[in-house]
Structure formats: structure tokens, C-alpha cells
Design a protein. Structure first.
Length: 402
């Protein structure tokens, strides 16, 4: 077994930073509908409901629900507040990172042609602008950008990178923006962001960074725009920020963010479908404030303590090997416990994951990208008491065939 040491965090500090609440005593709102509640030992993915919102975020959302406001005024005030907190020129709250990418692309097209929003009202017309994406950075979310009335232009190769000349050749008068997907799997073979920014800015083309899952560290809220020079960066509010699941954040250049806000709900047009409630707007603001107040080293130490606890409890179980990785799939500072299924376990990975999920209680774990025989336990979404439940379920499922 391999565990990782990190400072000298005391157990009490580790316990105090765990997600609060294990559902005990709470109304079984899902069971009443015949829907199974699951233990999320995977990631902050939307299909599982994202993250556990911070209790103070929920308090802020409840407070926001008690009065009525002009949403345009609220969006402007909260955008200005978040911009100041995150060292950006401007910010806009949107209904998730995918919505933010669509509105960011439309904003960049509007920057090229102020009449572009009216063009969106005529969907039978062909796209007038392109958004360039490196082929090795094509995530499932890139296709959503077409909703902005633009065409996606792929450059480079899936596995062998992107020669800079191919990006330069693709930049032309139709180019609204270059979209850069942040995160370790997507950056491995890509032109580095600083070079993408330099090449795009030579042609007066803005760069949008999809950084949906790249929080923590909280410094990423200004890293891509301030340090790397990107024009816009888009984040999810319902992942590492622990804000409302249906919220997101666009930060960056003031003129482009102004275009985002001009097309966003409650304005009628492209962004009307991407509605953000007053509760979401206030909740995300509080989530950003909490993230900036959080001791990230202590938070990491707490997560690492849980990951090491899982590894220590599974050490020596026949049929598996365990170790701890120091970071998450995208390279975030989120440690994970890896469980490698040995041939003697009798399990194929997909069947093992299905057995964990279909048992009682259902536990969802991740499939490690680096091989086809390992799963991992991500501690971020686990509530008090769920670490021990995950350990017991893994032990029981492994033992069923050994």
C-alpha cells in the first residue's frame, strides 16, 4: 500500500472539514419517489447531482428566496462583486459551465459583429462565425457551443498534438474565438495555453478557457485570465466551489462579459433558456466568498486523510492492491484512493463497478484513466460516516469472488 503524507494535520481538523450530514433524520425525499440515493465516491459530475452545496450557500439561497428583486440589477451587482473578489475586470453568473461556454462564444461573435444577436433570431441562416478547438481537446461539451450559432472548426490531431501552423492557418475573418479546454487529459498533447493566447491575439481573436472542473485551487478564478492572458474563463458553480449545481461563472474582459450579460436571462434571446434564479445568483456569490476564505492546505490535508484512511483499511485485502494518488483526473489538488483489481479477484472492472452501484447502499466509484483494471475512490463528495460504508462495500464485493 502507498499512502501520502501531508504536514501534521490533526485528526480532529480532518473530521471537521468533511461534508456535513449523512441524511440521518432527514426526510427520504428520493425514496418516497422510488429513486435510490447513491453514495458518490466518484466525482462532482452532473449526472449524480454535482456537489454537496456548502451549508452557508443553502442558507444564502433560502434568504434570497424571501424577497423579490430586479434580476438585471442583481446580476450586475453580483457580477461586479465577484469580479472584484476574483481580480477580474468583470464576471457574470450563468446557469452552469455549458451555458457559460455558449454565451461566451456568442459574446465573442458579437464582438466581431454587433448585429450578431439578431442573426441568432434567424436560425435558418448558416453560421457566420467559427470557434476553433484543438482536436485533442474535443470534450463532449464542445458540441454545445454550436447553440451559439457558430461552427466548430477542429485543428490538429487527436493524439499527436497540434502544430502551431495549423492553428495559425485556421485563424481568419470568420473566427469568433479559440476555445481551450483546461485540465490534464486535454492539455497533454495541446499547444500550451500561453502560446494559444499569443497566436490568437496576433489576429485579434479572443480565447475562451473551459475550466469547468478546475476548482480548487481558487486561484484558477484569476489564473487563466490574469496569468495566462485568456479573454474569458468559464467555471462550474456546482463542482469544487460547492455552490448551486445549476450555476456557473464567466470571468474576464469587461466588454465580452457585458455581451454575455446582454444575452443572458432574463433578457429574451439566446440566453433566456439558461435561466438563473435569484437564489442561484446569491448562492454562487456566497460560494465564491467561502472559497476565498477557505484554508486550501487544511482542506487538502482533510481530503488526503480520508484517502489514506480508505487505503489503510483496504490494505491486505486479497485480490486487490491499493495506493493513493495526490491529485484528481484533471490535475486538481484532490487526492484519490486507487483500488487495482488483480486477476485473482475474479472481477472485470465494469462488473465490479456495477456490483458496487447495484448493491445496498449503492456506491459509485470512478474508472481510472491510466489502465482498465483500476477504480478510484474520490473523497470530496463523501459525507460523515460514508467513508466507512465505502470501505465495507468494497471489501464485501471483492470478497464475493475471492
Amino acid at each position: 500500500m502507498s499512502t501520502i503524507e501531508h504536514g501534521e494535520a490533526q485528526p480532529a481538523a480532518v473530521e471537521s472539514t468533511e461534508a456535513s450530514g449523512d441524511g440521518a433524520g432527514a426526510p427520504d425525499v428520493y425514496g418516497a419517489l422510488g429513486v435510490r440515493a447513491l453514495i458518490n465516491a466518484f466525482e462532482t459530475v452532473s449526472v449524480l447531482g454535482g456537489t454537496r452545496a456548502h451549508p452557508e450557500v443553502l442558507d444564502a439561497m433560502r434568504a434570497a428566496s424571501d424577497a423579490f428583486v430586479d434580476l438585471r440589477e442583481l446580476q450586475a451587482a453580483v457580477g461586479a462583486r465577484i469580479a472584484a473578489l476574483t481580480r477580474n475586470d468583470a464576471a457574470a453568473v450563468v446557469s452552469g459551465a455549458s451555458a457559460g461556454m455558449v454565451l461566451a462564444a456568442a459574446a465573442c461573435a458579437t464582438h466581431r459583429d454587433p448585429t450578431f444577436p439578431s442573426h441568432l433570431m434567424r436560425p435558418w441562416q448558416p453560421p457566420r462565425f467559427d470557434v476553433i478547438v484543438q482536436r485533442c481537446q474535443m470534450s463532449p461539451y464542445v458540441q454545445n457551443v454550436r447553440q451559439a450559432g457558430v461552427e466548430i472548426v477542429e485543428v490538429g490531431y487527436t493524439q499527436n498534438g497540434t502544430p502551431e501552423r495549423l492553428l495559425l492557418d485556421a485563424l481568419n475573418d470568420r473566427t469568433a474565438a479559440v476555445l481551450y479546454t483546461a485540465g490534464r487529459p486535454y492539455e497533454r498533447d495541446a499547444i500550451p495555453l500561453d502560446r494559444v493566447v499569443a497566436l490568437a491575439h496576433e489576429r485579434d481573436v479572443p480565447v475562451i478557457v473551459d475550466a469547468a472542473a478546475l476548482l480548487p485551487p481558487v486561484a484558477n478564478l484569476w489564473h487563466y485570465t490574469r496569468s495566462c492572458g485568456a479573454d474569458l474563463a468559464v467555471f462550474s458553480g456546482g463542482k469544487g466551489l460547492q455552490g448551486p449545481q445549476d450555476s456557473g461563472l464567466v470571468v474576464g474582459r469587461a466588454d465580452l462579459v457585458a455581451h454575455v450579460q446582454a444575452m443572458a436571462s432574463p433578457v429574451h434571446g439566446l440566453g433566456r433558456a439558461f435561466k438563473t434564479s435569484k437564489e442561484d445568483v446569491i448562492g454562487l456569490l456566497r460560494a465564491v466568498e467561502i472559497a476565498l476564505e477557505t484554508d486550501e492546505e487544511a482542506r487538502y490535508a482533510a481530503l488526503l486523510g480520508r484517502a489514506n484512511r480508505v487505503a489503510a483499511a483496504l490494505e491486505g485485502v486479497p485480490g486487490i492492491e491499493v495506493h493513493v494518488l495526490p491529485d484528481g483526473r484533471q490535475g486538481q489538488p484532490c487526492p484519490r484512493t486507487v483500488v487495482r483489481l488483480l486477476p485473482s479477484s475474479g472481477w472485470h472492472r465494469s462488473a465490479f463497478m456495477a456490483a458496487l452501484r447495484n448493491g445496498e447502499p449503492g456506491v459509485v466509484v470512478g474508472a481510472l484513466d491510466e489502465d482498465d483494471v483500476s477504480v478510484y475512490v474520490h473523497p470530496l463528495g463523501l459525507a460523515d460516516g460514508e467513508v466507512e460504508v465505502v470501505i465495507a462495500r468494497v471489501r464485501d464485493v471483492v470478497a464475493a469472488r475471492v
